[in-house]
Design a protein around this ligand. Structure first.
Ligand code: HEM
Ligand code: HEM
Ligand SMILES: [Fe+2]
Length: 446
C-alpha cells in the first residue's frame, strides 16, 4: 500500500463479505422451497427471497468494485483520495440504502421488475450515492500525476454503469417499453460496462502480480474494450426476441450476442498469456489463482453457457427457465464474484501488512467455492433441461413440472453447502487479516 487513503477500501470489502453471507442465506431459503420445504413462506415468500438474493448480489459486487476503485485510483494516479471522510459517508449511505431496500421487500415495498426491484424514491438515493463515489474518484484522477489506461478504463466502466442506471428509472405504463429499457440496465451492465470494470481491475492485478510491462497489458485492454462494445451493445437484442418489439431483433440479437463470448475469451487468453510471460514471482499465489480463475470461469459461465441459450431457436424453449439460472450463477460468480475476491485477496496483505497468503484455509476457500459453484451450475442445468422438456415439449403445467424436478434441488443444496464452506473459509481469512493500518505503508510496496 502506497497511500494512506487506500485503507478505505477495507470497509467496502467488509460490507461486501457481510452482504455475500446474507445472499447465500436467501439462496438456501429458495433451494429448500424448490425441494418442497417452503417453510418460511409466511415471512419470506419465494418471490421476496429471490429479489433479496439477486439485489444483495448486485450490492455486494458494487461495494467490492467501489472498494477496488478506492484502492486502485490513488496508486495509479499517484495521489491520495481527495476526501476520505466523504468516502466513509458514501459507504454508510450505501449500506443504509441497501438495508432499507431489503427490509422493504419483506413488506412488499418494491417494484416487481427483476433486478430493478428498488422503488423509485430509493433510486434517487442510489443516484446521490453513486455521484458522490464518482466525484471522489474523478477528482482524485484529475488532481493526480498520472492518468493510466488501466485507471481510465476502470473509471469509464464506473461512469457508464452510473449513466446506464437511469433508463431503468424512466416511468412507462407500457410493459414492452418498460422491458425494453430494463435491459439497457441489466444487459448493458453485465455484458457491457461491468466488463470494462472487470478488465480494469484484471489489468491492475496482472501488472502487480505478473510484473509484465504495463504497455503490453494495456494493449490487450484496448482489444477487450473493443470486442465488448462491438458485440455487447447490439447483443442486447437477445432479450428482445419475444417482448413485443420488431422481428429484426431476432437476427441482430442472434448474430451479435453469438459474438459476445469473444470478449470473455479475450480476457481468458490475456490472463493466461500474461501469467506465462510474467517473470516476477509474486509470493501472493492465492491472489494469482483467483485472478486466473476469474478470467477462465467467466469465459465458461458467461461466454460458453451464455452461448448455449442465446440463439433464437434455442432460447424459444429455454427462455425464463432454470437454464437461465444455470448460466446466471456461473457467469456472475466467474466474472464478478471472483474478480472481487481476487482483489480482496491481493489487497488485504498490502493494507494490513500481514502476509497470510500462504495458508490452507485460503486454498480451501478457492477450491471448495469453485467446485461447489460448478456443481450448483450442473444441478441447475439438469433441472433446467428437464423443465424445458416436460413443460415445453410434453406440455405439463408449470407447478406439476416443479414437483418432478424437486430432486435436483437436493443435489443443488449439497453443492451449495460445499460452496458455502469455501466462502466461510474465505471470510475466516478476511477476519484473520484484521484491520488495515498505517504501518503497512512502509513494509509493503506492492
Ligand atoms: C448457497 C448458495 C446459493 C444458492 C443455494 C442459490 C440458489 C438460488 C436459487 C434457488 C435461485 C432461484 C432460481 C429460480 O428462479 O427458481 C437463485 C437465483 C439466482 N442466484 Fe443464487 N444461489 C446461491 C448463490 C449465488 C451466488 C454466489 C450467486 C452469484 C455469484 C448467485 C446468483 C444468482 C442469480 C443471478 C439468480 C437469478 C437467476 C435468474 O435470473 O434466473 N447465487 N439462486
Ligand atoms: C458476465 C457476464 C454475464 C452475466 C453476469 C450474465 C447473467 C445473466 C442473468 C442474471 C440473466 C437473467 C436475466 C434476467 O432474466 O433478468 C441472463 C440472461 C441471459 N444471458 Fe447472460 N450473463 C452474462 C453474459 C452473457 C453472454 C456473453 C451471453 C451470450 C453469449 C448471455 C446470454 C444470455 C441470454 C440469452 C439470456 C436470456 C435467458 C432467458 O431467455 O431467460 N449472457 N444472463
Ligand atoms: Fe444479455
Amino acid at each position: 500500500m502506497k497511500y494512506k487513503s487506500q485503507k478505505v477500501a477495507y470497509w467496502f470489502f467488509a460490507l461486501s463479505m457481510l452482504l455475500l453471507s446474507l445472499q447465500i442465506l436467501y439462496g438456501f431459503i429458495m433451494a429448500f422451497a424448490h425441494m418442497g420445504y417452503d417453510v418460511l413462506h409466511q415471512i419470506t415468500p419465494f418471490n421476496t427471497a429471490r429479489a433479496v438474493h439477486t439485489n444483495l448480489l448486485v450490492v455486494w459486487l458494487l461495494s467490492g468494485f467501489m472498494g477496488a476503485a478506492y484502492y486502485i485510483i490513488p496508486e495509479e494516479a499517484e495521489h491520495e483520495l481527495v476526501s476520505v471522510k466523504l468516502a466513509y459517508v458514501q459507504l454508510i449511505s450505501l449500506a443504509v440504502v441497501g438495508v432499507v431496500a431489503i427490509v422493504g421487500y419483506h413488506f412488499n415495498y418494491w417494484e416487481g421488475r427483476k433486478f430493478l426491484e428498488i422503488p423509485r424514491p430509493l433510486d434517487w438515493l442510489v443516484v446521490i450515492n453513486v455521484l458522490t463515489f464518482l466525484g471522489i474518484i474523478i477528482m482524485t484522477l484529475f488532481k493526480g500525476k498520472k492518468r493510466t489506461t488501466t485507471s481510465l478504463v476502470l473509471t469509464m466502466g464506473l461512469v457508464f454503469a452510473a449513466l446506464l442506471y437511469l433508463p431503468g428509472m424512466i416511468w412507462f405504463d407500457n410493459q414492452t417499453m418498460d422491458s425494453f429499457f430494463r435491459w439497457w440496465v441489466v444487459h448493458l451492465w453485465v455484458e457491457g460496462v461491468w466488463e470494462l470494470i472487470m478488465g480494469g481491475i484484471l489489468a491492475f492485478l496482472l501488472i502487480k502480480i505478473t510484473g509484465v510491462d504495463r504497455e503490453v497489458i494495456e494493449k490487450w485492454l484496448y482489444v477487450i474494450v473493443g470486442l465488448t462494445f462491438i458485440s455487447g451493445i447490439l447483443g442486447t437484442g437477445h432479450h428482445y426476441y419475444y417482448i413485443g418489439v420488431g422481428k429484426i431483433w431476432i437476427i441482430v440479437g442472434g448474430i451479435f450476442s453469438t459474438l459476445e463470448p469473444l470478449a470473455f475469451l479475450g480476457m481468458a487468453l490475456f490472463a493466461i498469456a500474461m501469467y506465462r510471460k510474467g517473470e516476477k514471482k509474486h509470493p501472493n499465489k492465492i491472489a494469482l489463482s483467483w485472478t486466473l480463475g476469474t478470467a477462465i470461469v467467466s469465459f465458461v459461465g458467461a461466454g460458453l453457457l451464455g452461448l448455449a441459450h442465446t440463439l433464437p431457436a434455442v432460447n424459444m424453449y429455454t427462455h425464463g427457465t432454470l437454464v437461465t439460472a444455470m448460466h446466471g450463477h456461473l457467469a456472475f460468480w466467474g466474472a464478478y464474484g471472483m474478480i472481487v475476491l481476487a482483489f480482496i485477496s491481493y489487497s488485504m496483505p498490502n493494507m494490513t501488512g500481514r502476509k497470510l497468503y500462504d495458508s490452507t484455509a485460503g486454498l480451501l476457500a478457492f477450491w471448495l467455492s469453485n467446485i461447489g459453484m460448478i456443481g450448483m451450475t450442473v444441478a441447475f442445468g439438469v433441472a433446467g433441461v428437464a423443465q424445458v422438456y416436460l413443460e415445453r415439449k410434453v406440455g405439463l403445467d408449470f407447478g406439476d413440472v416443479q414437483k418432478e424436478i424437486q430432486v435436483h434441488f437436493v443435489i443443488l443444496a449439497i453443492c451449495a453447502t460445499l460452496f458455502t464452506t469455501g466462502i466461510a473459509y474465505y471470510i475466516y481469512e478476511f477476519i484473520k487479516y484484521g484491520r488495515p493500518n498505517d504501518e503497512a505503508l512502509e513494509t509493503n510496496k506492492n
